[in-house]
Ligand binder design. Sequence first.
Ligand SMILES: Nc1ncnc2c1ncn2[C@@H]1O[C@H](COP(=O)(O)OP(=O)(O)OP(=O)(O)O)[C@@H](O)[C@H]1O
Ligand SMILES: [Mg+2]
Length: 221
Amino acid sequence: MISLKDVSFYYKRGKPIFEHLNLEIPSKLITFIVGPNGGGKTTLGKLMAGILKPQSGVVLVDSLNTKTVPLAELGAKVGYLFQEPERQIFAATVRDEIGFVLSLRDKPQGEIATIVDAVLEQFQLTHLAAVSPLKLSRGEKQRLAIAAIMVNQPQFFILDEPTTGLDRERIDILSGVIEDLQQRGIGMAIISHDQSFVRRHAQQVITVAGGEIVDVAAYHP
Ligand SMILES: Nc1ncnc2c1ncn2[C@@H]1O[C@H](COP(=O)(O)OP(=O)(O)OP(=O)(O)O)[C@@H](O)[C@H]1O
Ligand SMILES: [Mg+2]
């Protein structure tokens, strides 16, 4: 589903983060991306989602080149959760944040409300529906950001540190969502430092350090 071919990338005024990187991420598996701080995990996730573009080489999402396809088109295919949830929260209320994507489509208001109510319930955000997202705690913001990308029903998810700020109970809810998506044939790339979370869900683990893929391990649960 997502393939990087001979990808080189550097931030402005920086040394190269990746050089001649080749990587294939399977479309239906749960692939974890692990490794030390600063190793390039977030950069890799953003390249995979088309948020960053390589200076050379190509990134293909379902055979679409991220350099030439509009981000909105990629966004409908790949749901991306930023490491900092504030980065993707902008509506006036929690309810509007979740309903935003649906309101862009030609869906009737009643249908939108039904979907939004179900997602609010699923992520235990119902009591916060009318609150400004800016007033939420870290864990609540994280749940809201995840809920808002789920509503888009993408075919693939890239989640950067999704358990950050979540307590055990909320991690369990997220785990249930991940298992449910997996059963529906939806794949994911998840960046995580949470060892028990990795053990629980990983079908493949890619270790990134110093801009290199230092290990790829497959698991067959
Ligand atoms: N916007 C940026 N501009 C310049 N350099 C950056 C930028 N973002 C990241 N870097 C650098 O790129 C390298 C890889 O960073 P990246 O955020 O991809 O690592 P990471 O593996 O996600 O780390 P962490 O575990 O801390 O989230 C680091 O050396 C970092 O300083
Ligand atoms: Mg990171």
